[in-house]
Design a protein around this ligand. Structure first.
Ligand SMILES: [Zn+2]
Length: 258
């Protein structure tokens, strides 16, 4: 086994473990509970989990997707969040390698995963995540050689400002709130981590994927706007695509159209 393969496996395992912690954040943050205390427990019978109930993915498999105390099924969501986080940690490492950018973007993808699943569950993006995220993205830009602090600051202003303008225009035209305040702060945070140049491509990718998935779903479910998908997970997906494949996509765009 080569050094890089061994390292990749370790990093995948690190991502699975962080994903396990993100499950706790996704479950507890919207309820205003502490994420460090108490120890992990079953949401049905509230029995404290032992360490061997808590091994990412593996526990789900050997417990055969059931709580060992009360027998309630464990949602597939838990190992899924762990696998997604593991995979994203690995992709970030393969893209950026041994640089400060790698741990910075591990933090970024962890925040995006947490926000996406909370938004899917509750239709909110908690300020306790997005606002510190804006500050962290700006401060950590000093560790990214190709991102100046000014790029990051402009990313916050353009990302936040642009969606704010869309929200105001939508409200004026339709007299209802379309874009949530949470989406505005999320795009400000994405701008802080990725810089202002990322803002337009991220909105483009998010909207394109949103239409591709959202329109058939709307038609299928009868077009009730109450059933509309939250936009947060699409913004997160757009940011991830830009982070990992932005360079390739921009090159492809230049080759094809310019
Ligand atoms: Zn239980």
């Amino acid at each position: 086994m080569t050094g890089t393969t061994l390292f990749s496996l370790l990093i995948f395992a690190l991502g699975l473990t962080i994903g396990s912690f993100l499950n706790v954040c996704i479950f507890r943050l919207p309820q205003g509970q502490s994420i460090v205390w108490p120890h992990s427990y079953c949401p049905f019978c509230r029995a404290s989990l032992r360490w061997y109930h808590n091994i990412p993915v593996a526990s789900f498999v050997f417990l055969r997707a059931r709580c060992s105390f009360c027998g309630q099924p464990i949602p597939l969501r838990y190992p899924l969040v762990e696998l997604i986080t593991g995979l994203l940690f690995l992709l970030v490492f393969l893209r950026f390698g041994f640089q400060w950018a790698t741990p910075v973007y591990w933090l970024f993808v962890s925040i995006l995963v947490t926000i996406s699943f909370i938004d899917l569950d509750h239709r909110i993006i908690p300020d306790v995540i997005s606002l510190p995220g804006v500050g962290a993205g700006f401060l950590l830009s000093f560790l990214i050689p190709w991102l100046s602090w000014l790029d990051s600051l402009l990313g916050v202003l353009i990302g936040g400002g642009l969606l704010y303008a869309v929200a105001v225009a939508y409200k004026l035209l339709r007299k209802v709130d379309g874009m949530g305040g949470g989406d505005i702060k999320l795009l400000a945070m994405i701008g802080a981590f990725l810089g202002w140049k990322a803002v337009f491509p991220v909105i483009f990718i998010s909207s394109a994927v949103g239409c591709l998935i959202g329109i058939p779903l709307m038609l299928f479910r009868g077009g009730d706007p109450q059933l509309a998908l939250p936009f947060g997970p699409f913004l997160a997906l757009g940011a991830l695509v830009y982070l990992l494949y932005g360079r390739i996509l921009i090159q492809w765009y230049v080759d094809c159209f310019l």
